[in-house]
Design a protein around this ligand. Structure first.
Ligand code: SF4
Length: 84
């Protein structure tokens, strides 16, 4: 596994590509608490995916936008960044 794979987790969800930059995340947990279900903190206190397939797109995008340090990026189907 490369450093890049460890630092960034990506998943395709609801037609978006959601990327967590784990090297930026500082564990404030806003993404997990403001819109629960999409993200959680792992054993290191860094954000990871929880069950994002189970939340609707509005909640998912809200959770992504809640990050105060812009550790979560969202690209739309055309590759345009819509969050942050
Ligand atoms: S809100 Fe941002 S900094 Fe806080 S846990 Fe989520 S990704 Fe990390």
């Amino acid at each position: 596994m490369t450093g890049e794979e460890i630092a960034e987790e990506r998943r395709s969800l609801h037609g978006y590509l959601v990327c967590i930059d784990r090297s930026i995340c500082v564990g404030f947990e806003d993404c997990a608490t403001e819109m629960p279900g999409a993200f959680r903190l792992d054993d290191e206190g860094i954000a990871t995916f929880d069950a994002p397939e189970s939340v609707d797109a509005t909640i998912l995008l809200g959770a992504c936008a809640a990050c105060p340090v812009d550790a979560i990026r969202v690209l739309d189907g055309d590759g345009r960044q819509i969050v942050p």
